[in-house]
Design a protein around this ligand. Structure first.
Ligand SMILES: Nc1ncnc2c1ncn2[C@@H]1O[C@H](COP(=O)(O)OP(=O)(O)OP(=O)(O)O)[C@@H](O)[C@H]1O
Ligand SMILES: [Mg+2]
Length: 208
């Protein structure tokens, strides 16, 4: 089983959007996927409850209490963890220990970058391999790569030697898909062509 943690303590950075879309993509590739919602707000589980039964299935795992480990079905191929805002301390340590890779969505605002700084500092204290770009995938969220905001984000990440894996644009495609328990990979291609291209580096990075 491979485990992907989607985390950034900054609220609203795009974790659940990434986690649900990753799960939908992997399920669409006929993998057995479990989505573990570590957030008490249960956004991922609410999304999953809306998912039409005819779409590729994703198993819901509930955090219950933070410390409790759910039973993960034995044949699970991919486990996607959706971390809550504010995750830190032992909850973050536990989640990091389980992860083969960590996806970090960052929006290029001064507020978001400042709030992400402590988290990245903490990741930099991990073992060398785990503070490398092979382990940490940064996603520029809701941003056009040609803008000054994107350049500022790259400059900020430069100090960590972490490149931006890809930029995902700000679009209602994600929002509307989520209303129906879908990811963009569940939609007709003519609606999502640009977005699928933007996702390609993420899929390659996770080895898909
Ligand atoms: N690329 C995008 N384009 C447009 N809207 C987006 C995009 N990514 C995220 N959003 C919207 O931004 C809001 C926050 O995103 P999301 O819930 O994924 O963040 P989060 O990090 O999980 O938040 P929280 O910290 O509260 O768990 C949501 O309304 C979501 O639909
Ligand atoms: Mg969330």
């Amino acid at each position: 089983m491979r485990t992907i943690l989607v985390a950034n303590p900054k609220g609203g950075s795009g974790k659940t959007t990434l986690a649900t879309n990753l799960a939908a993509y992997l399920a669409g590739q006929s993998h057995r996927v479990a989505l573990w919602d570590l957030d008490r707000q249960k956004s991922s589980l609410n999304w999953l409850a809306l998912r039409p039964p005819e779409l590729p299935a994703i198993t819901a795992l509930d955090a219950g209490r933070h410390e409790a480990y759910p039973d993960i079905p034995e044949n699970t191929g991919w486990l996607v963890l959706d971390a809550p805002a504010g995750i830190h301390g032992k909850h973050l340590d536990h989640a990091l220990k389980r992860a083969d890779k960590i996806v970090v969505p960052v929006q290029p605002s001064v507020f978001d970058m400042a709030a992400t700084r402590d988290f990245l500092d903490q990741l930099m204290e991990e073992k060398p391999l785990r503070r490398s770009r092979a382990f940490i995938g940064i996603i520029g969220m809701r941003v056009d790569p040609r803008t000054r905001a994107a350049a500022t984000l790259e400059q900020f990440l430069g100090q960590y030697d972490l490149p931006v894996l890809t930029y995902l644009r700000d679009t209602m495609v994600y929002v509307n898909a989520a209303f129906n328990g879908k990811g963009i990979f569940d939609l007709p291609r003519h609606q999502t062509g640009r977005d699928l291209l933007q996702w390609q580096p993420i899929l390659e990075w996770i080895g898909q």
